[in-house]
Design a protein around this ligand. Sequence first.
Ligand code: DHB
Ligand code: FE
Length: 280
Amino acid sequence: MATLVGGITTSHVPAIGRAIARNLQADPYFKPFFDGFPPVHDWLAAVKPDVAVVLYNDHGLNFFLDKMPTFAVGAAPEYRNADEGWGIPVLPPFPGEQALSWHLIESLIGEDFDLTTCQEMLVDHAFTLPMALLWPGSDAWPVKVVPVCINTVQFPLPSARRCWQLGQAIGRAIQSWDADKRVVVVGTGGLSHQLDGERAGFINKDFDLKFMDSLVNDPTWATKYSITDLVELTGTQGVELLMWLAARGALGGAVRKVHTNYHIPISNTAAGLMVLENAV
Ligand code: DHB
Ligand code: FE
């Protein structure tokens, strides 16, 4: 059976892509953010995943307002990026792990999740930047991928409770995959931020730190909040923390915190990072 090696949760912000393209990792503005990643690289070198299941939210590249699945799972041989008009280099295609895609799809639909299955799928900055941060400078990605997209763009959004349940079901599916492979779960988005409207620039450090702590000590804590509560507490785009919650759900029982980083701001975003491993 496959081994679930642990989970990584991180923010995604287009400005990071520009910083990578211009080699600004040591720039004083970006350094506190990029300095969070070497311990993650060490951890990845130790746990050696073959596959990454990446929970992210598309922002209008692959899905637009005309067609917006609540949950979508990629089942493509590869996933291409487009620069979304930012003018930064397009990353090499990401090879798909189709056997796990189909196992996940069968298993999740078997558990009554109504998914959209995507045999073609473009991936945006929410997928590509975390990959570039986790495996920097890759000409050929060292892991195959399964993208799982959660709608956090067009209301109504799935509840925190439902995203937690989805994550738990993803964890069960990974652990029942009959393959001698090592799998890491990655959740991207958040933490608190609001890009537009009267509260543009809104950040809630107290809530973010409480949320990060809850993923270790009380993982269903955030499921008590409605989506409107979460928007109020974390900003309209802060709801992207749903991907962190789903990734944590995939790990199941007790976890150990391997590494965390938190830095305000990158662009308009409170940037968080965590690495979690199962405690046993
Ligand atoms: C920013 C944050 C995001 O999550 C995103 O998808 C786009 C932009 C920002 O802070 O600029
Ligand atoms: Fe985003």
